[in-house]
Design a protein around this ligand. Structure first.
Ligand SMILES: *Cc1c(COP(=O)(O)O)cnc(C)c1O
Length: 420
């Protein structure tokens, strides 16, 4: 099992204890993964990254060369992504957009809006008319389309296919398309349809959903005798936390998307994964503070906890981890040690919910040993309740070769030369 890259393992062992816990990202591994994903997608499928999975600027920068754009779902993400990776295409989605958020998106020149409701469409049209009256605004209508019932059960999170605050009910589709094509909103250009219906789907399930979204979009276009240019079939590619070596079958997904694209030659398909792009490039490294035997079970208390890495608590899984024994022990008192295994790894919070992983084989585990939790590159730090109990924040480290922007031929060594 390859839970750690060599770079992350060496780094986790080299960090002094008072620099723990730490988030460690392997940007080379991220780039390699993103390059692979891009390489198996057909040319006519665009890849956007859903920034909410992990919006660290270094992550966005590493992903940028392999993506066609970024999906942002708040004014905060919008401003952050626009400054972190300037010049990249942005799609602004998400429910409950405020007038202020839409204003800043319009002024930033955001290429496309994923419109979530009839009200939002009116607001967007009105704000565009007042703020950027000569600019065409690209609109994708986000629909809450049906999803096969068995997918809803198996998928970890369902955003659509049932009553939900996300997207537009299909019963309103024809009315909104009419408004977008009869001159009611002259500035808004209906580019197509967006759907992000479920998260945690396998490639086969994703393809079935993508196909049905594309078919629905084509039927809608045919009914209104219009051409729809884009269909965004969303994200939600599965990450299997119980089997960290498993990967979403990007190759099969790419081939399936190629078939769908061939059936709809005028259509640009787009996907916007988050988790399955970045989950594998992040680790939460820490050390064992104490070990104890309680009512027949062994527990290890590690520095930090679910206030830094909330993923196992929210998803109810055991975060995959690797124990790295450390032979050096700096203190004059003896180390705490567990007799047997398995061990339950918990954090420092005074709540029974602060469990990172159960059933970890860790015979002979001692205080001071390092533990590195894998698959912590998405929905980890940024979804956690950092201030609960006022423990210090983790460090953040980005390993991998820095990507130096290509220099123009003949340019001076630094920008100072250009200025002089
Ligand atoms: C969260 C989200 C995504 C990404 O989902 P993942 O499960 O991380 O792939 C994509 N699109 C929308 C609209 C989202 O809300």
């Amino acid at each position: 099992m390859t839970l750690l890259t060599a770079a992350v393992r060496d780094f986790a062992l080299s960090l002094p204890a008072d620099h723990l816990p730490a988030y460690v990202y392997d940007l080379d591994a991220l780039r390699e993964h993103a390059a692979f994903v891009r390489s198996v997608l057909p040319e006519r499928v665009e890849l956007y990254y859903a920034a909410k999975a992990n919006p660290e600027a270094e992550i966005l920068t590493a992903l940028a060369p392999y993506t066609d754009g970024f999906e942002v779902s708040s004014g905060g993400e919008l401003a952050h992504v626009a400054t972190s990776v300037p010049g990249h295409a942005l799609a602004f989605g998400g429910p409950g957009k405020t007038p202020e958020e839409i204003e800043s998106a319009l002024l930033l020149g955001v290429e496309r809006f994923h419109v979530e409701s009839a009200y939002e469409l009116r607001m967007l049209a009105n704000l565009a008319e007042r703020l950027v009256p000569r600019v065409r605004i690209g609109v994708l209508l986000r629909f809450n389309l049906p999803v096969p019932a068995d997918y809803l059960e198996s998928s970890a999170l369902a955003m659509g296919g049932r009553p939900a605050p996300f997207g537009i009910d299909p019963s309103q589709a024809d009315g909104l398309v009419r408004q977008l094509t009869d001159g009611s909103f002259p500035q808004l250009e209906l580019l197509g349809v967006h759907a992000h219906l479920a998260s945690g789907l396998t490639a086969r399930q994703q393809l079935a959903v993508a196909e049905s979204v594309v078919v629905r979009a084509s039927e809608l276009a045919a009914r209104h005798r219009i051409a729809l240019r884009e269909v965004n079939v969303g994200g939600g590619m599965t990450v299997d936390y119980a089997d960290p070596d498993a990967r979403f079958d990007w190759s099969a997904f790419g081939s399936g998307l190629a078939r769908i694209a061939d059936d709809h030659p005028a259509l640009l398909l787009r996907i916007e994964p988050g988790r399955a792009l970045t989950a594998y490039c992040g680790w939460y490294a820490t050390d064992v503070l104490d070990v104890k035997h309680s009512h027949g079970e062994d527990f290890a208390v590690v520095r930090g906890g679910t206030h830094h890495l909330r993923t196992p608590a929210t998803k109810g899984h055991d975060q995959p981890c690797a124990v790295l024994p450390l032979d050096t022990w700096p203190h004059p008192w003896p180390r705490a040690a567990v007799g047997g295994d398995p061990v339950t790894f918990v954090g420092q919070l005074c709540t029974p919910k602060d469990v990172l992983a159960r059933g970890v084989p860790a015979a002979g585990l001692r205080s001071g040993d390092r533990v590195v939790f894998a698959l912590a590159g998405a929905y980890a730090w940024n979804i956690s309740h950092h201030d609960f109990l006022m423990h210090p924040r983790p460090g953040f480290h980005f390993l991998g070769t820095a990507v130096v922007p290509p220099r123009a031929p003949g340019a001076a060594e630094s920008s100072a030369g250009a200025r002089g």
